[in-house]
Design a protein around this ligand. Structure first.
Ligand SMILES: Nc1ncnc2c1ncn2[C@@H]1O[C@H](COP(=O)(O)OP(=O)(O)O)[C@@H](O)[C@H]1O
Ligand SMILES: [Mg+2]
Length: 332
């Protein structure tokens, strides 16, 4: 485990994860206090990546549980392996005479059968899902419970026992407790409010969009092919676009995609042409793309002209002429 807050920052840095003192402190405390961390923030700000990098930094295995609507215990904790149980039933049926032969009375026969039933619901027939895997692992692991806000509230309630004691109750087997508790990271994109009970059991970490300095550092680490000047230009543009009222603001993921696209396209600088032709890399909705281009003063006027002409389609020659004119104007 980590010896200091500084060490957390350094080790995460070695995994190409850029952190600040606040994040490093929460992670340090979580590992020391044995508490789960609830990481909240918009999509694409490094919540999932934190869990992955932490596993790398601690040299522990990462076990991941992706949450979704309808996720239940059978997929998160354990499931009985019906097909194997069925097979066992067949064998049992063939052997039933032999098995029951020593029984002298009906009661004894019933006892013997009950003993067989226990075998059915033993660990032989249990399929371990991520949470049980983390509990039963010989070494501590990092358990990522990703996008918990996607799961139903009942599932959240089900997690409470696990999050406070690193144990779960399986009716047929009893309580199973982790000998080596995992480091648990829960993430939420905040599509809904999580329960007080869940929050109480976790240390809280809010991650927002990074400062220019941090984002530049991330680009330097994750998109090394891009020149310093171009990455500065790109990060500045992205930071500027985040101030707009967008349905989906560009996140760090988009910044990195854009940086990589520019490397692939061998772009020397961020020209208006280039912005226009690559805007779909950072804008996930048409309306957002429009707003971004308008804001950056890219071809805004011409685009509007074209947009108005297209639907009428009455005078194609004129439209073509207008289009040429605008392209011409745009190029020069
Ligand atoms: N602090 C960071 N240091 C390094 N890379 C980061 C950081 N934050 C985000 N990234 C990168 O940004 C992308 C999106 O991060 P991700 O963890 O998937 O976001 P989230 O889970 O918050 O939606 C990933 O490619 C990740 O590597
Ligand atoms: Mg994620």
């Amino acid at each position: 485990m980590f010896q200091s807050i500084e060490e957390v920052g350094e080790k995460l840095g070695e995994q190409s994860y850029v952190s600040d003192r606040r994040l490093a402190t929460v992670v340090f405390l979580a590992t020391r206090l044995g508490k789960p961390v609830l990481v909240e923030g918009p999509a694409g700000v490094g919540k999932t990546e934190l869990a992955k990098s932490l596993a790398g930094a601690l040299e522990l295995d990462l076990i991941r549980l992706q949450c979704y609507e309808g996720l239940d215990e059978a997929k998160a904790l354990y499931e009985w392996e019906y097909s194997k149980q069925l097979l066992y039933t067949q064998v049992l049926r063939e052997k039933i005479g032999e098995t029951l032969a020593p029984a002298e009375s009906l009661r004894e026969a019933a006892e013997v059968l009950r003993g067989q039933e226990d075998v059915f619901f033993s660990e032989n027939f249990l399929v371990e899902r991520p949470i049980l895997q983390a509990i039963q692992a010989d070494e501590p692991t990092v358990l990522l419970i990703d996008e918990i806000d996607r799961a139903d509230e009942e599932f959240e309630a089900f997690l409470l026992e696990f999050l406070s004691d690193y144990q779960v109750s399986i009716p047929e087997i009893g309580t199973v407790r982790a000998a080596r508790p995992p480091v648990v990271i829960l993430t939420s994109n905040r599509t809904r409010e999580l329960s007080e009970a869940l929050k109480r059991r976790c240390l809280h970490l809010q991650i927002g969009y990074p400062s220019s300095e941090v984002e530049l550092e991330i680009v330097r680490l994750k998109a090394p092919g891009i020149s310093g000047a171009l990455s500065e230009e790109l990060v500045e543009t992205i930071q500027d676009l985040r101030t707009l009222d967008l349905r989906k603001a560009p996140s760090i993921g988009e910044t990195l995609d854009w940086a990589q696209s520019l490397v692939v396209l061998n772009a020397p600088k961020l020209s208006k042409d280039l912005i226009e032709s690559t805007i779909s890399v950072i804008a996930k909705y048409d309306r957002d793309a429009q707003r971004m281009l308008d804001h950056l003063g890219v071809n805004a006027r011409e685009r509007k002209d074209l947009g108005q002409m297209e639907p009428t389609g009455e005078k194609p020659e004129e439209a073509m002429y207008e289009m040429h004119r605008s392209v011409h104007k745009h190029v020069h």
